[in-house]
Design a protein around this ligand. Structure first.
Ligand code: UT7
Length: 329
């Protein structure tokens, strides 16, 4: 009997309606469209507006559309892995909140925090439950309301991030398609360069931390860039080498959308030609856990059964990794 792989059998995404353009940012901080475009490749990003709305509120429409597309009901889902750095609350898990909102009454779930690599880590761990035979329908959600932790007076970070969410359904596949291999890495010493200073157990939120603006995302962009550009490119090349894949064997390279220059470096390192590299950073910016599923969602109609995809990401923590998968439909 051939090995069972975990295959993506449906994908959908959601981005909020509000479009924050580079030109609007010019009215908020000392920046300009030309700088943002040449340094990052971003032209606009989406922002979730409205009181009381969190990351789960973007996941609900994405997952509901996914279920409809696949022709299944929420109560058929057995496990929800919610990859996010901006959970609705510190606890309970946003996976539980989502399960309640969509009526996934038979699912258990948990949140996975691996910053921008979260969706890769979620895809890899979700696949284990399918391969082991424990579950047959696993939902992996990746999304963030980055605007909830961005200081819109800090031009070094507010230009990069956006809000958005995507989700995939994993099911068993015995035709050789699905997640074939993964390489996942982390290095906690990278914490110094990208983190949120307050709001966790080490420094709970207080008037003092709010006054010091420590609830916002802190990033030393130049250092993160250096690590990202090397590690994301290297890990994509590493998984190709490990699986004897040449650039011509790759149908699609799906890189995390943090900076167009990091994407270009990854494409150059792997030798994959520009027409096979999935890029939507110009419209959505960096949605952290949302970038990879949003790319899959937007390109879904172009994918064919058996296509070879290489996914790669790098994020705070540091975390990084790559997944080799074969598209199943
Ligand atoms: O996905 C999570 C992981 N995160 C990343 O992968 C992000 C990695 N880092 C980056 O993408 C880039 O480092 C940034 C886009 C954040 C910054 O680009 P950079 O080319 O590294 O710029 P820089 O920080 O070296 O700044 C260059 C100059 C500075 O001015 P001086 O000191 O040379 O006079 C900055 O103050 O650009 C200035 N600057 C800006 N100017 C206009 C910084 N931000 C802006 C801005 N508009 N928004």
């Amino acid at each position: 009997m051939s090995k069972v792989h975990a295959a993506i059998t449906a994908v959908h995404g959601y981005v909020p309606d509000y479009v924050l353009t580079n030109h609007e940012l010019e009215t908020m901080v000392d920046t300009n469209d030309e700088w943002i475009t040449t340094r990052t490749g971003i032209k606009e990003r989406r922002i979730l507006k409205g009181e009381g709305l969190g990351t789960s509120d973007m996941a609900v429409p994405a997952v509901e559309a996914l279920l409809k597309k696949r022709g299944i009901t929420a109560d058929e889902i057995e496990l929800i892995i919610f990859c996010t750095s901006t959970p609705d609350r510190v606890f309970p898990a946003t996976a539980n909140i989502l399960a309640d909102k969509i009526g996934a009454k038979n699912a258990w779930g948990y949140d996975l925090q691996a910053t921008c690599s979260g969706f890769l880590f979620g895809l890899a761990t979700g696949s284990q439950f399918i391969e082991s035979g424990k579950h047959t329908k696993v939902l992996v959600v990746g999304g963030d309301k980055m605007s909830s932790m961005i200081n819109y007076q800090d031009r070094a970070t507010c230009i990069i991030f956006g809000d958005g969410c995507g989700a995939v359904l994993l099911e068993p596949n015995d035709e050789g398609n699905g997640v074939i291999d993964s390489i996942l890495k982390s290095d906690g010493s990278g914490m110094a360069y990208l983190h949120q200073k307050a709001g966790g157990s080490i420094k709970p939120a207080s008037h003092k931390t709010i006054d010091a603006m420590e609830h916002y995302l802190y990033q030393e962009g130049k250092t993160v860039f250096k690590f990202a550009v090397t590690n994301m490119a290297d890990v994509a090349a590493e998984i190709m080498e490990k699986n004897n894949l040449m650039a011509d064997d790759i149908t699609w390279l799906v890189p995390h959308q943090a900076n167009k220059r990091i994407i270009d470096a990854t494409a150059a390192r792997t030798g994959v030609s520009a027409d096979k590299v999935i890029i939507n950073i110009e419209r959505f910016g960096n949605t952290t856990n949302g970038t990879l599923p949003l790319c899959l969602w937007e390109w879904e109609s172009k994918f064919k059964k058996g296509d070879t995809l290489i996914l790669a990401a790098f994020g705070g923590g540091f975390t990084w990794g790559s997944i080799y998968l074969k598209w199943a439909y």
